[in-house]
Design a protein around this ligand. Structure first.
Ligand SMILES: Cc1cc2nc3c(=O)[nH]c(=O)nc-3n(C[C@H](O)[C@H](O)[C@H](O)COP(=O)(O)OP(=O)(O)OC[C@H]3O[C@@H](n4cnc5c(N)ncnc54)[C@H](O)[C@@H]3O)c2cc1C
Length: 427
């Protein structure tokens, strides 16, 4: 019976980075991945690197063909194309706009080619000696303290494989994590349905800009998002989020048919589309048990983003090396995990202020609030945690005005901290 040093479930950015790093440190590593062409990006993903200083405790920089993780001190080769994102606009139903940008048109995010990133990482893994079992779905597992056992199916045959340590990097749906007891006590907030449409010929969208449309006029609680693609200035990506009651496909039809942006979408041609469901769990505060650690989206509140997944993979491999040497690697990893990702902080529920713009405020109220910020340019940031803080800080510079002109809105603002994430996801 062969016992691998390390088993890895899932060949996303987290699993590949972990496998490559562990193999480079001399471990024998086996990756089990359910898809044969795992680098084909089927799930909707906006594929943007976030350049904010401090985002996820890092400051990612792109230097030549290297992604440089300046604080975690490692590099990843990336040779694919990049498209700069320089402006972010939040639109209200009557098109009052909140504008975010950095000075001197510096980009705050870079669109990238995820397929290329994964394919290159896979090659590097193979060069480092990582073994892969593709078209192999892990079904079950057990950790008896001495060794970890995984049951998998490949070519319709069930088999078992053994390892000293296990990294679960299976993505947001966290099924194998449940089998190893790592989801205990995690709140499941909601399951979102996401569709991404690649559209040619959308009118009135500035290149290199991200546009979020807020209000029930756009038929959904979540903003409709239009941003650049990797395929030139005439093809944009539209991301729509719904749930089992309001499907993104229905939202798309209504947006095209009757919404404030119908005119912009009227002649747009659908080039391709992709979709996914995303389970929004609270993050794992302690992502390990005995010989098993869950990393990347598996352990996160919704998502760590690709750069976060790479960081988790790198750190987890170092943790495994330490554990095998009898050192508390998982404890160290957990300390880093808690400190680095904003969703692990006590005040992460403040994000609800951002998500809760709709339905908390009516479309007319959004027009009023967004108009208050016009003429200002807020700091260019991608962060879904920092953005709502910036918006509310700016709106509240008009607190006395709102109190006098719009007492109903003022009351809602005062109560905003009582909202929960579940309220803002629900519809
Ligand atoms: C709509 C949307 C937009 C996004 N936009 C961005 C963005 O702009 N920028 C960004 O950086 N990130 C973005 N993300 C997030 C990003 O896609 C993830 O954070 C990242 O891919 C997580 O990497 P991971 O390796 O943890 O998991 P994943 O990439 O999900 O990889 C998990 C792997 O595990 C495999 N697997 C699962 N179960 C099993 C099993 N039982 N047996 C074997 N294999 C299994 C899967 O096939 C998959 O290959 C977005 C996500 C969504 C949903």
């Amino acid at each position: 019976m062969k016992k691998w040093d390390l088993l890895v479930v899932g060949a996303g950015p987290a699993g590949l980075m972990a496998a490559k790093t562990a193999a480079e440190k001399g471990l024998n590593v086996l990756v089990l991945e359910k898809n044969a062409d795992f680098d084909t990006v089927r799930r909707a993903c906006s594929t943007q690197f976030i350049l904010d200083d401090g985002y996820e405790g890092e400051w990612l920089q792109v230097v030549g063909d290297k992604l440089v993780f300046t604080r975690n001190q490692f590099e990843v080769t990336y040779k694919g194309s990049l498209v700069e994102v320089k402006n972010k606009y939040y639109h209200s139903p009557k098109n009052h706009v909140i504008h975010f940008a950095l000075p001197e048109e510096k980009p705050f995010a870079l669109k990238f080619d995820k397929q290329r990133l994964l394919a290159d990482l896979y090659e590097e893994c193979k060069q480092a000696g990582v073994c892969f079992m593709l078209s192999t779905r892990v079904l079950n597992g057990n950790d008896n303290g001495e060794k970890v056992e995984l049951e998998y199916v490949a070519d319709s045959v069930r088999k078992t494989v053994y390892g000293k340590k296990l990294i679960i990097s299976e993505g947001a749906n966290a099924n194998i994590s449940s089998i190893f007891g790592l989801n205990e006590g995690r709140i499941h907030y909601a399951t979102a349905y996401v569709m991404k449409y690649f559209l040619e010929g959308v009118k009135g969208i500035e290149p290199n800009s991200w546009n979020l449309y807020y209000g029930m006029a756009y038929h959904t609680y979540s903003p409709a998002i239009i941003g650049p693609s990797l395929y030139g200035d005439n093809i944009f990506e539209m991301t729509l989020t719904g749930d089992k009651n309001v499907r993104p496909t229905d939202v798309f039809a209504k947006l095209k048919g009757k919404s404030p942006i119908s005119g912009q979408l009227r002649d747009a041609k659908l080039v391709k589309k992709s979709g996914c469901t995303v389970k929004g769990y609270a993050s794992m505060q302690t992502p390990y048990k005995q010989n098993v650690i869950a990393i990347g989206d598996s352990a996160a509140f919704v998502e760590v983003e690709v750069q976060g997944a790479l960081m988790c993979g790198y750190r987890a491999a170092l943790a495994i090396v330490d554990e095998l040497a009898g050192k508390p690697g998982f404890e160290e990893y957990t300390k880093w995990w808690r400190e680095s990702f904003e969703f692990n902080g006590a005040d992460h529920l403040r994000v609800s202020q951002g998500y809760a713009l709709v339905p908390t405020y009516t479309d007319d109220e959004l027009d009023y609030l967004f108009a208050l910020t016009e003429g200002k340019c807020l700091e260019g940031t991608y962060s879904q945690y920092k953005t709502p803080q910036l918006i509310w800080d700016e709106i509240l510079t008009h607190e006395e005005q709102i109190k006098a002109e719009q007492p109903v809105i003022y009351e809602k603002i005062k109560n905003i901290n009582k909202l929960t994430l579940s309220d803002s996801f629900a519809k």
